[in-house]
Structures are given as C-alpha cells and as structure tokens.
Design a protein around this ligand. Structure first.
Ligand SMILES: *Cc1c(COP(=O)(O)O)cnc(C)c1O
Length: 357
C-alpha cells in the first residue's frame, strides 16, 4: 500500500477469484465455467464486430437489450447490460445502500457481496442459513435492509422456490430485493415474473455460466423501468461504454442460438445427476444442487486435503478456507469425460484412506 491510498480503502479485503492457471495442465473444475465452447454464432458475430473496433460501442447497448427483452418477453426498458453481473451488483449496492442503509445476505453465499458492500462503506448483516444450508424465508421478514439472495445459492447449489422469494419481496416493500440468478438455467425456477408484480425486485443474470461466455464479461439485470433507470444513472456515471462491441455481438449471436444454450444446460444437469449418484456411492455428503456445481464433504478426508491431493493429480476444484466452509469443496460440473476421470481419482483417494464402497 502506498501512503497516498484513501484511508477508507486501507482495510478493504478484495474478492479472491478462483485460480486461473496460465497453462491448461489441469482439469479445471474450480470457477463454474462451462465445459462447452460458446455457440459458433457467438464466435462469428464477435469476429465480425472486431473489424469495427476503432469505433466506440453503443453506450445504451440497444440491440443487445432489445434481444434480451424479446428472449424473455419483457420491454427493453426493463433490461440493463453490464460488464459481468458483478458490475451490476456493485451498481445496485451504490444505488440502494449507504453507510446508513445496510444490506443483508446469507452467511454462506457469494463472497463478492461482502466485498462490494465494503467497497461502498455499506454495513452488512449476514443471516445464518439453517440446517442443511437451507435459507429460511422467515428470517428475512421486515428487515428494513436491501437484500441479496443468490438463487440457486453459491457455493451450496441449493435453490428456493419462487413463492419463498416472493414472500421475502412482499414482506420488504420498502427495500430492493436482488435475486442473483447466475445459475438459474441449470434447474431452478426464475423469479422474473415478480418484476411485473412488485416494484422492488431486481433479477441479475450472467452470460458467464450457462452461455459459455465467462471470458467475454457480460451480465444483465431485469426489473421495472424505474429501477433500470436508477441503475443506468450509475452505469452512465461510472462506465458509459461498459459493454464492448465484440461482447455485445457475441451475446446477440448466442441469444439467436438459444437452443444451443438449452442443450448445454440440459447436458450439464444430466451430468450433475449422474456424478451425484457416483458421489453418493462413495459416501460424500452434499445437498440437492440445482447449479452447475456440487458442494461436497467427506468423513474420511478434510476439505483442504481433498483439494490438495486432487491438485497433485491434475484436478482443480474450489476450496474456501473459512471456518464455515473449510470441510467442503465446490466441484464444477464439467464434461461427461472430465467427471468420469474425477470420479476415478476420488475413488482411488478414498480407497487409500480406507473407505469401502
Ligand atoms: C459467477 C457469479 C456471478 C458473476 O458472474 P460474472 O462473471 O461477473 O457475470 C454472480 N453471482 C454469482 C452467485 C456467481 O457465482
């Protein structure tokens, strides 16, 4: 730290992303990327758009927002596109929270929420999950705080029903409820219909997971027009050209190939169920994941040890070294072949430790 750094950032603990190895000697199952390439239409559209790179992109991302709006049957004025959904989460915190207006989220959830709260000097309340990492909507009644819920939750993969989330939205009419649907395409229900029923819901989504575009950086939000207007005020004040040309074009290509996305998601959900059955046989413990990852623990091996022996064998998974999560690892669902190889490695590791199955 230099002696010039603003004092309010002197204790800021930044988000720590999963490892991104420079060479691909690993089977990479640590950051919930898709094992599938993006749609060929996305790739072609990005290449074409790159020929006009000398020009700024559309600051309003009109073509992209119109395309997203038509895919979801809503108005373009109910859509905002952002540089990853992380940017959108940060805009929401800037827009709706302050040192006097705190934010609430689960004690086990996406680590970025805490970081963006700290960055904006917003106090946060961490609401403990119940038995089995279950979020109890009754813990969120009349909080008087902005609320963020990841649905399905990360890193647990456990999803809430729309009616559970609706209860939280209805019982907090004076605050925004952000529903982070980064993983919704892998088997949970979307809360999108709530944006026409309540004026305090913001849905956030991303192209990073189900649309195989983590490297392009694109997220989007859906909410009623006035919320989108607020968020655009922030966006135009922070980064008016936030979506680059290649990314916007790629996304439009991907949306025009929605069947491809749906097929990839179905395959991942099927692979997840198959892998879960294998894990169960090996006596791993885990909840019912509706995401593209499974959050696992095993009696015979600590979380940290499993992470490091798998690493030695060429597999990267995600271990969070915090007291609540240290027994666990989050394993991204990769291709059928990757998961079969991982299952073999897991079986060997457990047998070395005397587990029988
Ligand atoms: C991956 C992820 C995001 C953000 O992804 P972007 O790549 O910034 O779009 C948001 N929320 C959760 C819960 C995630 O896991």
């Amino acid at each position: 730290m230099s002696r010039y750094l603003n004092e309010r950032f002197s204790t800021l603990v930044p988000y720590v992303p999963g490892e991104q190895p420079r060479n691909m000697e690993f089977i990479k199952l640590n950051t919930n990327e898709s094992p599938f390439p993006p749609s060929p239409r996305a790739v072609r559209a990005a290449a074409e758009a790159s020929k006009r790179m000398q020009l700024y992109p559309d600051p309003e991302s009109r073509d992209l927002n119109a395309k997203l709006a038509s895919l979801f049957g809503i108005s373009p004025e109910e859509v905002i596109s952002t540089d990853g959904s992380d940017e959108l989460l940060n805009f929401a915190v800037m827009a709706y929270c302050s040192p006097k207006d705190p934010i609430a989220f689960a004690n086990i959830t996406y680590g970025f929420y805490k970081v963006t709260a700290d960055l904006n000097c917003v106090p946060y309340e961490e609401i403990p999950l119940r038995e089995g990492f279950r979020l109890d909507p009754d813990d969120y009644i009349g909080l008087n705080e902005t609320i963020i819920i990841a649905n399905p939750n990360a890193p647990t993969g456990i999803a809430l029903s729309v009616s559970d989330i609706e209860k939280i939205v209805a019982e907090n009419p004076n605050n925004i409820v952000v529903v982070d649907e980064a993983y919704v395409d892998f088997g949970a229900q979307t809360c999108l219909p709530l944006i026409h029923k309540y004026d305090n819901v913001l849905i956030t989504r991303t192209f990073s997971k189900s649309r195989s575009m983590a490297g392009a950086r694109l997220g989007w939000g859906m909410a009623n027009k006035s919320i989108i207007k607020d968020l655009n005020t922030l966006r135009n004040s922070c980064n008016p050209y936030n979506i680059n040309r290649m990314t916007a074009a790629a996304a439009i290509g991907a949306i025009e190939d929605e069947e491809y996305t749906q097929k990839c998601c179905r395959t991942i959900a099927e692979t997840r169920e198959k892998f879960a059955a294998t894990l169960r046989k090996m006596k791993f413990e885990f909840g019912d994941s509706k995401a593209n990852f499974i959050f696992v623990r095993h009696d015979k091996i600590t979380g940290a040890e499993l992470y490091s022996v798998l690493r030695e064998r060429g597999f990267l998974i995600r271990h969070f070294d915090t007291p609540l999560l240290t027994d666990y690892n989050r394993i991204t669902i990769g291709s059928e072949t990757q998961m079969a190889r991982l299952a073999e490695a897991l079986a060997a590791i457990l047998k070395e430790r005397g587990e029988k199955f």
